[in-house]
Design a protein around this ligand. Sequence first.
Ligand code: GLU
Length: 337
Amino acid sequence: MDIVYMKKQGGDCVKKYIGILAVMLSLGFLLAACGDNNENGGEDGADGWVENVTILTGGENGVYFPLGVAMAEIMDENVDGVSATGVASGASVVNSNELNDGEAEFALVQNDIAYNAHQGEKMFEEVVDGFSGVFTIYPETIQIVTLADSGIQTVEDLEGKRVAVGDVGSGTEANAKQILEAHDITYDDISAEWMGFGDASTNLQDGNIDAAFVTAGTPTGSIQELAASTDIRIVSISSDKIDQLEEEYPYYTREELDENTYENFDATATTVAVQAMLVVRSDLPEDQVYELTKSIFENTEAMENAHERGKDLTIDTAQNGMSIDLHPGAEKYYNEQ
Ligand code: GLU
């Protein structure tokens, strides 16, 4: 457009424009040539390395956020030429879609949701498989939180109640729907409220909602905050419903919470859990994913400091519950161990 416009203004202007273009092009070549002298040969993007790496996490009051931010810091500090940032998001379902659309490089997602995305089933209308596995980390427990005096003892008691079902586009919401459905309860039978974990705790405390679904590693910050000042209950799922859920959804596993999980929680709860995993856009170069994966395993203390569940990351368990194919860069790292 610019050239066409300038041609109308006269030949001199065109020449000037071409001259500027030539200078810009040579500068570009010069920069690319300098870049090739880098140790990694790809940090400038010449080998397809992505310099600005974004890790999608979840809401700020969950576990993905502190761990994702810690992983970004590890990559940033230990891999030359990479600038990494952990950002808050609506979690698993939106993270899967955004990675597939090339909006970010890494994401934390639930293993059940990653599987559904690759199959193009359940909450995904089409196959969303532009991302691959790096590692699984820790169990994310499906916690149905209520105040101890709410009178809600079973999942069936949620009928007719105001229930927070997680953020829009979260894995939590998918789990809430599946667990309710297993008890013949639909969103028509409850007042469903879409909100993140922090808002759910505040609203439980203020009496604006009666219960909240939280799929996250324990202890979950938002529940810890609530339990610091109020007696809470985590509603158990009955054994036969757990069997039914495990049969229908292969990534659910039985999980027990003991009385030490939270303050003012003097009970145990039986529920189900899925696995948190780190995934990466499949089109990232093998050597870049290899280097980034390696940097995390060699610097796990930063993750341990960010959240207790960060301690669960080990090479031996990194593929437990892995529901999609590994990225070749991650696979190379495991093969070398
Ligand atoms: N697993 C949750 C989800 O995808 C997010 C958990 C977290 O933020 O720690 O909905």
